[in-house]
Design a protein around this ligand. Structure first.
Ligand SMILES: [Zn+2]
Length: 394
């Protein structure tokens, strides 16, 4: 049993407690959270920390299998530039990839992450995920615009999906993006998701040219992919932005994570909320800035009462895998957003999006959420600043 206290405890599910006391059992499950009303009691064996205690972080968008590409792409001008560069350097031998996956998992743990929504195109991360302390939801990603390839690609995805399932790992099959998946493939994924009531995730509006592709079948994204050999001959112009163009492929009742949303406008948001019941908007600030030099219009999502979650994306487009760092970037760009809200995006919302909220996401009786200590906290303004650091204490 451990008894822990700090300057503040942020349970996330309720208001912060000044000098609160947290009691954990031998499995680190929360037994009790005591509100001392700011007056610390003398308790034998109490660990006291100067700083704030928060639940373990949830990273809702990562590609751990790309960890071997850390630092390989030094500069990027756009998503299209990134895609071209990534395709050229992605290949490596399996042992190099597996080793990098193992290291990335360790890094995530060190950074206080307790759950990850991870995009996978293969099963190279399987062993690390089986052994990891982190809860992983693996999104088995599939894509092709070529209908002749659909059967093969889908079969491969099912094979990977079954491998993860067999090892009791949470998993689902997901489309890569609106522009890389043909109608035929979308329908197959959709049926599988509906039948298994699985969680969907799709990259959304990461490039401004994604909308242009659906409206006019022109633009830099169209040109880049065509040059890479993608056959858009069957691709139909919808005359609308990419998101409203593909929403009918997403079953209404499936939890859905839309990732990036850099160029999502209010009209797209309204379409999405009309179609999807359980919707989460994932932002990956470091990666978004690296690729496109901007991040999603978070104020719009807040005004529309939307659920936001945070991801790091992969080490190919981010120099680290730290949710705290992503939170700092959000606060730099949107200083008016309360820290409590951003913390909820980084914990409870993410846990809910990945269906792990029964166990993690908040410090509540019965949960085994992991405990992080944030040091260098700005108590005057009750938020993190650029010098804040995180330490996993449970
Ligand atoms: Zn991604």
């Amino acid at each position: 049993m451990r008894k822990i206290s700090a300057t503040y405890i942020f349970p996330v599910s309720k208001k912060p407690l000044k000098n609160g006391i947290l009691i954990l059992d031998d499995d680190n499950r929360v037994v009790e959270l005591i509100d001392t009303k700011g007056k610390i009691k003398e308790i034998a064996g109490l660990e006291y920390y100067s700083g704030v205690i928060v639940p373990g972080f949830v990273n809702t968008h990562c590609h751990i299998e790309l960890s071997h590409l850390k630092g390989k792409i030094e500069k990027c001008n756009s998503l299209e530039d990134f895609i071209s560069k990534l395709t050229k350097i992605r290949a490596a031998d399996n042992s190099t990839i597996k080793q990098a996956i193992y290291k990335a998992n360790e890094l995530l743990i060190k950074n206080g992450v307790v759950a990850v929504g991870d995009i996978s195109n293969n099963s190279l991360s399987l062993k690390t995920k089986i052994r990891s302390k982190i809860k992983y939801h693996t999104f088995v990603e599939v894509f092709t615009q070529d209908d002749k390839m659909v059967k093969k690609r889908y079969k491969k995805a099912i094979k990977i999906y079954k491998k993860f399932k067999k090892n009791n790992l949470s998993t689902s099959i997901v489309p890569h993006s609106p522009y890389t998946v043909s109608e035929k493939l979308f329908k197959k994924i959709s049926r599988h998701s509906y039948q298994n009531n699985s969680i969907l995730s799709i990259h959304n509006q990461e490039s401004k040219h994604e909308n242009e592709l659906f409206v006019n079948k022109t633009g830099v994204l169209y040109d880049t992919l065509t040059k890479m050999g993608v056959d858009f001959s069957k691709f139909k112009i919808t005359g609308r932005n990419s998101l409203p163009s593909i929403l009918h492929y997403i079953p209404k009742i499936n939890k859905t994570l839309l990732v990036h949303n850099i160029y999502t406008i209010l009209d797209d948001l309204e379409w999405a909320t009309d179609y999807i019941k359980y919707l989460y908007w994932v932002v990956c600030p470091s990666s978004n800035l690296f690729l496109e030099g901007r991040i999603a219009n978070l104020e719009m999502f807040i005004e529309q009462n939307q659920k936001i979650t945070i991801g790091t994306d992969s080490l190919a487009s981010n120099c680290g895998l730290s949710i705290l760092k992503e939170m700092k970037i959000i606060l730099e760009h949107f200083p008016q957003i309360p820290f409590d809200d951003i913390l909820k995006w980084a914990t409870l919302n993410g846990a809910e999006a990945l269906d792990f909220n029964k166990e993690i996401g908040s410090i509540e009786k019965g949960k085994i959420s992991g405990i992080n200590l944030i040091e260098g906290f700005d108590f005057k303004n009750m938020k993190i600043n650029k010098n804040s650091t995180v330490r996993k204490i449970v």
